[in-house]
Design a protein around this ligand. Structure first.
Ligand SMILES: *Cc1c(COP(=O)(O)O)cnc(C)c1O
Length: 399
């Protein structure tokens, strides 16, 4: 990642011919001011009882986990959520001290060892796994209680015992030495859906299981259920922690939630024009000649391709922004490069910046637009940008 100064050098000059940027063919820009704004907007929705867990799994949905985690914590988040042990270790190695919940399943002695060593907090999902944890900690004479989180299944059919068995499972873990239950949680399957039937059913199952625990004499220390969509939908789903991913990054889980909160997209994807050429009618473009020029045409080659995370399925379906205007992509997207039709713009120069995802002037293209073309969701688009693209974080708008 470029240093703050290098980044600001670009920001203040507004040109591309500064510092290391000259050599970047393509990159991902992360707007930390937007991220901080989103975190503060989300916190405003929460009552004082509820804490915000910033979900930074999958390298913070492609935004860079350490930078995102630090900014989110400075802006009002108090928990971090990751999917795997190495993701948690990366945050600890960067000096982050906030509690880190591992949302995924962990089983092996190596994982348990790392969890204890790095002060990470695992999710317990079955009696068998809970015993592996407890036995291992006993075997190494673990000197205190490992904080653990219990997950049960209220309708996602993913991790955890069913809601019917949840209270019994909690009681079992409660009795194991070396483990301390910090929270009890479940995950919603349809929170993005305007029809709340399934979500309400899941919430009822959650409530029923908690009531059963209380009847057994176990006072659940801390409860959580909501992802981004549920957090935006209803306060009754907030409980003690909300686990927010997508909304941190400035995207809406569904169109009907746009009115609930104002968010600013954090990530932009940019690349440079590497060559400009005129082609004559009848000239084919790129592999397979899917595109054949019908007229005299000026095309620009752009230094980004499917190996950077631009799905090849977007070939001839996507547009890009250059000089504040939308232009079409033409021909097959190749591994490292793609072609665009710049006939409508005068005198495009090599080195000019093309925005694939982001904003130029009044025009914008967001991950959602790609997701719609590809019949997928914006979560997948964000996670798809490869690490070949340097992540450049800055605190002030670049343009
Ligand atoms: C990924 C994840 C989240 C965050 O979901 P968003 O829809 O991105 O807010 C929350 N909880 C769990 C268990 C997850 O796996």
């Amino acid at each position: 990642m470029l240093s703050h100064e290098q980044t600001l050098g670009v920001a203040s000059s507004g040109k591309y011919n500064t510092y290391a940027w000259l050599s970047q063919r393509a990159w991902v820009e992360i707007d930390l001011a937007a991220l901080s704004y989103n975190v503060r907007q989300i916190v405003k929705l929460l009552s004082t009882r509820t804490q915000l867990m910033a979900v930074v799994k999958a390298d913070a949905y492609g935004h860079g986990a350490v930078t995102v985690a630090q900014t989110a914590l400075e802006s009002g988040a108090s928990w971090l959520g990751v999917a795997t042990v190495p993701e948690g270790i990366e945050l600890r190695e960067a000096g982050i001290q906030a509690p880190i919940l591992i949302l995924g399943a962990t089983y092996t002695q190596e994982q348990i060892h790392a969890i204890a060593q790095w002060k990470l907090q695992p999710t317990l999902i079955s009696p068998k796994q809970a015993l592996v944890f407890s036995n291992y900690l006993e075997a190494i004479n673990y000197h205190s209680h490992l904080p653990v989180h219990i997950k049960f299944d209220t309708g996602m059919s993913r991790l955890g015992p069913s809601w019917v068995e949840a209270a019994e499972f909690v009681q079992m873990v409660h009795l194991l030495p070396n483990l301390q239950i910090v929270s009890i949680y479940s995950h919603l399957a349809t929170a993005e859906n305007p029809d709340q039937t399934v979500m309400k059913q899941q919430q009822q199952r959650f409530e029923d299981a908690i009531a059963q625990m209380k009847a057994m004499g176990i006072e659940p220390p801390c409860l959580h259920l909501a992802n981004s969509a549920a957090t935006l939908t209803e306060k009754a789903l907030h409980y003690d922690i909300v686990r927010v991913g997508l909304a941190l990054y400035g995207l809406y889980p569904a169109a009907h939630l746009i009115s609930c909160i104002n968010l600013k997209p954090v990530l932009q994807v940019k690349a440079r024009v590497t060559q400009v050429k005129n082609i004559t009618p009848g000239t084919g473009v790129s592999y397979g000649h899917q595109y054949v020029a019908q007229r005299e045409l000026r095309l620009a080659v752009v230094g980004i391709g499917y190996a950077d995370g631009v799905p090849r399925h977007l070939s001839q379906k996507m547009q890009v922004l250059i000089r504040g205007k939308r232009v079409p992509q033409i021909g097959a997207i190749t591994m490292d490069q793609m072609m665009i039709d710049v006939s409508t713009l005068p005198d495009i120069q090599e080195g000019e910046v093309v925005t694939l995802i982001g904003q130029q002037g009044d025009e914008h293209i967001w991950a959602e637009d790609w997701a719609n073309h590809l019949n997928t969701i914006s979560w997948e688009i964000l996670c798809g940008f490869k690490h070949r693209l340097p992540r450049v974080a800055f605190s002030h708008p670049v343009e």
